[in-house]
Design a protein around this ligand. Structure first.
Ligand code: FE2
Length: 198
């Protein structure tokens, strides 16, 4: 649709595929019916020179996403970029804030219902957060109330714009945390909403 936040010209297909025309033993692991099976090819699997049909790699840059702005706060679906059966992907990109004279640009506190939320902060000061830096990843599970950190709502008043860049994935089923994450988890993150931590 013409009202979409991006257009088909923003979706780029590969101009040329890297080709590996090699012989040898190339194991491929496939996962039908929830079990891993290994098959061994006698040639490199990436020996194709083109593709046909509708399955092919493509890219869409977050910088092509055109943000929506309203006089009062627009809800998260305006940031939605992709949707699948199991999750949605939302793009938070540099944009003007809501422009009603009495508006509070920071989002309100909320709880997700039947959805887990993962955010990756790629640039800028995220309006509702503090203690978040470049490369931070947050995980807000289903049912846990969350919202702006103390002081962030007040600080957002009068701000004309944001240069934030962040990617959000909301899943429709619970996410499991891998054990490897524990070594770099910030286990004080939940305390960052307490006033005395300012
Ligand atoms: Fe949320």
């Amino acid at each position: 649709m013409e009202s979409s936040p991006f257009c088909e010209r923003d979706i780029l297909r590969p101009e040329a595929l890297p080709v590996f025309n090699e012989k040898g033993e190339f194991p491929i692991r496939v996962k039908p019916r929830n079990a891993i099976h290994e098959i061994v090819l006698n040639h490199h699997p990436f020996d194709v020179v083109g593709w046909d049909g509708y399955y092919y790699p493509w890219i869409f840059s977050i910088h092509e996403f055109e943000p929506r702005v309203g006089r009062v706060h627009l809800p998260p679906p305006v940031h939605q970029t992709f949707e699948s059966d199991g999750f949605v992907v939302c793009s938070f990109v540099p944009r003007l804030f809501d422009f009603h004279p009495q508006v509070v640009p920071a989002p309100y506190n909320h709880t997700h219902v039947m959805s887990d939320e993962v955010l990756y902060y790629a640039k800028g000061n995220f309006i509702s957060r503090r203690g978040i830096e470049y490369g931070s990843v947050t995980f807000h599970p289903d049912g846990l109330p969350h919202g702006p950190h103390p002081g962030r709502t007040e600080a957002s008043i009068g701000q004309p714009a944001t240069d934030e860049l962040a990617l959000m994935v909301d899943t429709f089923r619970p996410l499991q945390v891998a054990r490897d994450i524990l070594s770099f988890e910030d286990d004080t993150y939940y305390l960052s909403w307490l006033e005395e931590n300012e």
